[in-house]
Design a protein around this ligand. Structure first.
Ligand code: GLN
Length: 450
């Protein structure tokens, strides 16, 4: 039925890069057989889940929506995908994204456009636009995405679904094709808080053999079982800098209305200040591009992926042409920006400064969490915009990430869920930011609002 629904709507939505029909049917049949034999199964067994195309799936194309990896079939699964399999979940296929997760609208995909299911002329957000759209369109109930600077939260907001960026380290990054390793996290999309909590429970955990930055979390696998929507006495901070200029009136109103409903539930809601948000975008674009330039050096046309047919015998020519032809414009822009800020002579002025400023942002959040338990903000300055309306101006596109990047810079968890609609009936999302490993508390608050 899931595949039927996908066939019926996905030519309009355009969420999938690869529908893994054969392996999905085989996985589903295996679950049926286990069930018939009376085997005890996970609550998630048989539930279909779509996976962002930068998360490795053994034997199934994993393209990062890039020409560079047009034919890449990983010989292994990402840890998160292995965990889905351990719960007998059924992977339906791989969904669209901005190339190498660089972008905010899915328009940087080298494969196709994805459309917002609420209005097909608008973007689904990005970079995990396919993951958000596929859930919003009712093609699957759950999806995995990745978030380096907002890539789970902003598309969840644009498509009116729930998305969670876990605390850095809560989910193994093994098999997630790296964009900026110190910021990247895999996380869940769902139609409800409970669904997202269930998927988080499935994928979280320490991965000692494959990701040394992963940790054993305090909530390990038990978030859904412990969901408790009691908001009495909870302290919620509203950082005034996130509600100022640049945020559309409709978005601001909807998020402030959510703050009022928390008050009505007995939470203490008050204004706080996070002034360093002004520096968040430059810090993010320096750090993430620096790491990207290094991570993407491996795509050289030799080991795997695209190789130019136009190089003669010259090795350097092979590298240059393979990379120039295989990477899209935005990816090349980030690589150049990254190598620039890392180059000697500029390293101290840009990269080192950005790292120092990152520490300040972490400290700022830490002291905010001495006053409050969580922080409520908008997710993006506007709701989903028309396809093509921002592609001419990369800086304007970057500016749309203002509300989300600090969370990655500080390594914190961020939960997004719908909180209303604007006058053109596009969903508005709100973001709750928590303490490190405060996922349970965030999802509790999410459930209280739902
Ligand atoms: N939109 C941001 C960027 O373009 C965030 C991307 C992400 O989180 N992967 O870098």
């Amino acid at each position: 039925d899931v595949l039927e629904r996908t066939k019926a709507v996905d030519d309009k939505v355009g969420a999938y890069i690869t529908v893994a029909e054969e392996s999905a049917l085989a996985q589903a049949a295996a679950v049926d057989a286990k069930r018939a034999s009376g085997e005890e199964l996970s609550a998630l067994a048989g539930i279909p889940v779509a996976v962002k195309d930068n998360i490795c799936t053994k034997g199934t194309l994993t393209t990062c929506a890039s020409k560079m990896l047009y034919n890449f079939k990983p010989p292994y699964n990402a840890t998160a995908v292995d965990k889905l399999a351990a719960h007998d979940m059924v992977v339906t296929g791989k969904v669209n994204m901005d190339e190498f997760a660089m972008g905010s609208s899915c328009e940087n995909s080298a494969v196709k456009l994805t459309h917002n299911p609420h209005d097909l002329s608008r973007v689904p957000g990005g970079s995990s636009g396919g993951s958000a759209a596929v859930v919003a369109a009712g093609e699957v109930p759950l999806a995995l995405g990745s978030d380096t600077g907002g890539s789970i939260r902003q598309p969840a907001s644009f498509c009116g679904v729930v998305g969670l960026k876990p605390t850095y380290g809560a989910v193994s990054r093994y098999g997630l094709i790296a964009f900026a390793s110190s910021l990247d996290q895999i996380g869940p999309f769902g139609r409800s808080i409970e669904d997202a909590a269930m998927l988080l429970d499935a994928i979280t955990g320490y991965d000692p053999t494959h990701d040394s930055t992963s940790v054993k979390t305090p909530f390990e696998g038990s978030v859904r079982a412990n969901l408790n929507p009691d908001m009495k006495g909870k302290k919620i901070g509203l950082p005034k800098e996130y509600f100022g200029e640049g945020i559309s009136e409709e978005v601001r109103k909807a998020v402030l209305a959510a703050a009022d409903s928390y008050k009505a539930m007995g939470a203490e809601v008050f204004e706080i200040s996070l002034p360093l948000v002004d520096y968040a975008l430059p810090i993010y674009y320096i750090l993430s591009s620096a790491e990207a330039s290094s991570n993407l050096a491996r795509f050289d046309g030799v080991k795997y992926g695209y190789r130019t047919p136009n190089a003669g015998d010259d090795l350097i020519d092979l590298y240059v042409k393979s990379r120039s032809e295989g990477f899209g414009e935005e990816v090349q822009r980030r690589i150049m920006l990254g190598t620039y800020v890392l180059s000697s002579g500029y390293y101290d002025a840009y990269y080192k400064k950005a790292r120092a400023a990152q520490r300040k942002i972490k400290e700022e959040f830490a002291s905010a969490f001495e006053q409050c338990d969580m922080i409520l903000t908008p997710v993006a300055p506007t709701t989903a915009y028309e396809i093509g309306s921002k592609t001419q101006d990369p800086l304007e596109m970057y500016a749309g990430d203002i509300c989300t990047v600090s969370v990655n810079i500080a390594g914190l968890p961020g939960l997004v869920q719908p909180c209303g609609f604007d006058s053109s009936k596009m969903p508005i999302g709100m973001q709750l930011i928590g303490r490190p490993f405060g996922e349970q508390e965030l999802l509790n608050a999410g459930l209280a609002f739902e």
